[in-house]
Design a protein around this ligand. Sequence first.
Ligand code: PLP
Length: 406
Amino acid sequence: MIKTSWSDLALFGGQPLFSEPLHVGRPNIGCKDNFFRRVEAAFDRRWLTNDGVCVRELESRLAAFLSVRHCILVSNGTVALELAIRALRLTGEIILPSFTFIATAHAIQWAGLTPVFCDIDPQTCVLDPVQVERLINEKTSAIMGVHVWGKPCAIPELTRLSQQRGLKLIFDAAHAFGCSWDHRMISAFGDAEVFSFHATKFFNTFEGGAVVTESDALARELRLMRNFGFTGHDQVAALGINGKMHEISACMGLNLLDNLDEILETNRRHYQQYHELAGVIPGLNFIRYNEKEKNNYQYIIARVGQEFGLTRDQLVELLFAENIVARRYFYPGCHKLEPYASMLRYASLQLPHTDRLADSVISFPTGTAVQAGAVKRIADFLSFVQSHGDEISAAMQKHGSLGSNN
Ligand SMILES: Cc1ncc(COP(=O)(O)O)c(C=O)c1O
C-alpha cells in the first residue's frame, strides 16, 4: 500500500506495508536437497557427534576457505569465546569494546575475569587502539577486538600494542565470516579469532561456532577442552567441557559453503539497493564497507541523524508497525546492561562514542529471505517518513508513542 498521508501509517491504524514481518537476519538455507542428502548419509553412518565425518570435512574446508592453519568447530560462538579465553590462560582484565553483542562481555565475566569496556573510534565504529592503550595495567592479560558488522578492527595497531605490552589478542569475528583485511581473510589475526555460526549469521550451522588459529599448541588444547579433556577412550588429560558441534550442524555448514556465492550476491545486491535508494535520504547515513576488500554485506546499517526529522527510536517504532523489523544493533552498550550496569566498577564509566552510536544506529532487513522489490518499498517508505517528519512526530506525540525526541 502506498502511503500518502501520516494517517496511512500502520502505527495509526493504516494497513502495514508488509503482510508478514520482514526480519534483519532470517536464516540462509542454501539447497535443501543437498542438506538432506548429507543428513541421510550421517544417519546411515550412525555417527551423529564426537568429531564426526562431516565435522572434520567442514573443519578442513573452512580452514582452506579462511586460509588459516586450524579451525576448531564448537557448539556456538559464545562457547568458542569461552574456550579461547581458557585455552590462552587469560587472567585478570580483558579490554573489549562495549559496543558489541553481550556474549563478548559475558564470556569474559563467565570465566571469572573482568571485562574492561573501552570506547570505539567514531569513524570506524570498532575498538579505538588509543583508548585501549590507556586502559592497560598490570592486571591486563588480553585485548579482545570485535569486527563489528564485518568491519575489521584496527588490526595493525592492536597487534603492535599487544606485542609491545606482552598481551594476548583475540578477535571476536562473529560478524566477519568471509570478510578480509589487507586482502587477507579475517581468520589468522591475533592469537585466535572466533566465529559464530548462529542461524542469523551470514554462514550458519543452526547453532555453532569456531575458533581459528595459526598455533598448533592452541589448537591441540582447544580440541581437548571442547571434548571434556579426553585424549583416549578412558583417558582424560585436562579440564574440559562439552563444546562439540554435531553432525547435523556440520551438514548445514557444508551445504551453505556450497551456496555461499549465491547468498553473497543477494546480500551485495540488497546493500547496493539500500545505498542507491535510501542512501540519498537526508539524515540517513549508511555505513559503507571497503569495496577493495571481501565483505559479506550481512548487515545493512545506517545512522539516523537530526536531518531525518525523527529520532532513531521513533523510526524503529514506525517500521515495526509496518512489519519491517529493523533493529537497534547494538543498543545499548554492554556496560549499560546487567550485570555490568549494577556493578560499582562501571558506575561512572563514560563511553561517549559508544553511547552516540548505540543511540543512532539502525539495522535493516536483508538476506535471502528478503524478496526482490522489498528493499525499494522500504526505501520509498523511509523517504515518505523523512519528508513528513514534523507531522509524523506530532502525530506520534498525540498517539502517546515515542513522540518526544528521546
Ligand atoms: C559479536 C558477537 N559475539 C559473539 C556472539 C555469540 O555467538 P553465538 O550466538 O553463536 O553464541 C554473537 C552472536 O550473535 C555476536 O554477534
